[in-house]
Design a protein around this ligand. Structure first.
Ligand code: ZN
Ligand code: ZN
Length: 366
């Protein structure tokens, strides 16, 4: 375990040097987890040329010993502020140019550090850790597969026990419950369970409405595995009488998704993969009803780089993991989105999720 984290920190040291800084104060908690394996909050990591120091407080002492016993930790005493701790550690490491994470450090803390350390020059750095997180290593890919498996097992239970009187909210709650029973931390985000016309809202939150009379239900969910890696899927289940229009839309979205997945390989441009899905939906006459990007990166965060979108400049590389989730949303009628998680491999791609999605497999009469 420690190995993986020191490999990551060593790569980071090279990019800190390229930025012209002597060290980096990592203030984004997810980045701290990525670099150390520590899953708690409220702790920063100082990455120096010769090692790392985690700045934390006594609440986390036991957890730190369990999760990262080899990590050098500065546990500040009760009554000592984080700012004072940052100043002490920076001073004793004799750092002249301190890199800061421009994307997460608040303006207030930046000003306070500048006042506390008048001799130190602050160097704003952008996305240094995020750039490493873009390419998943073997351990992360394993965790992402676990996250996918947890979500799929939970969904299979929900699917087989669906009832007409269940509310959207009860189904969302059941998903959370099942993921935890299977050993996950819970859902990777509050699940979207949207029956009938409510499925036209791409970010609908689950309501207390029963799913019975709507005829179909869109479920967008994912699991958070014990290490914090996330999965993200969407399926539409047909539960009763529906209009033939739903099948037409479903087949278009499915075709768009399958074509886009087939276009995923190293060297492909993210914008071109987005265009494959968008053209398919556009040619079927539903172009203006697909109002979001095709997908997003997935890892310790539910939304991270790279984005699959028409304005993305990313070129896909092995080790990236993205969702592929085209959708068509007709106000007042409902919507269809189909979402899977895809790893870019050296040969092409590997779809991490395998919950059935062919039209004739979506029928769950209730
Ligand atoms: Zn989703
Ligand atoms: Zn998604």
């Amino acid at each position: 375990m420690a190995d993986q984290h020191s490999v990551r920190c060593n790569k980071l040291r090279r990019s800190i040097k390229r930025e012209g800084a002597h060290a980096l104060l990592v203030t984004n908690f997810t980045n701290v987890t990525y670099l150390t394996g520590f899953s708690g909050d409220d702790s920063y990591l100082l990455v120096r040329p010769d090692g790392e120091t985690l700045l934390s407080d006594p609440r986390y002492q036991v957890q730190l010993q369990e999760e990262c016993p080899d990590l050098d930790c500065e546990i500040r005493a009760q009554g000592v502020s984080m700012l004072k701790s940052i100043a002490q550690v920076t001073r004793s490491a004799k750092i002249g140019r301190l890199g800061i994470e421009a994307g997460s450090l608040t303006v207030a803390l930046q000003a306070a550090i500048a006042t506390a350390l008048p001799q130190v020059e602050l160097v704003p750095c952008n996305g240094l850790v995020e750039n490493l997180r873009l390419i998943k290593d073997r351990q992360e890919i394993k965790a992402l597969r676990t996250a996918a498996g947890l979500a799929e097992r939970a969904f299979a239970v929900i699917r087989s026990s669906l009832r007409a009187d269940q509310t959207e909210r009860a189904i969302a709650h059941q998903l959370e419950h099942q993921i935890r029973l299977f050993g996950g931390n819970g859902c990777s985000f509050p699940p979207i369970v949207a029956a009938g016309a409510r499925a036209a809202l791409p970010h609908a939150s689950a309501t207390s409405q029963p799913i019975d009379s709507a005829g179909f239900v869109l479920i967008d969910w994912g699991a958070d595995e014990p290490g914090g890696y996330k999965s993200d899927l969407t399926r539409v289940l047909v539960t009763g009488k529906i209009s033939p229009k739903l099948e037409r839309i479903y087949q278009v979205v499915l075709k768009a998704q399958q074509r886009a997945i087939a276009a995923i390989r190293p060297g492909a441009k993210a914008a071109d993969v987005d265009a494959v899905a968008r053209d398919t939906i556009g040619k079927a006459g539903f172009g203006k009803y697909f109002g979001h990007g095709l997908g997003h990166g997935l890892g310790l965060d539910i939304h991270e780089a790279p984005r699959l979108a028409s304005n993305s400049e990313v070129v896909l590389q092995p080790g990236m993991v993205v969702t592929v989730e085209p959708g068509v949303y007709l106000p007042g009628f409902g919507g269809v989105r189909i979402e899977d998680d895809v790893l870019i491999t050296r040969q092409g791609h590997d779809v991490l999720t395998s919950t059935p999605k062919a039209w004739d497999e979506m029928f769950v009469p209730i």
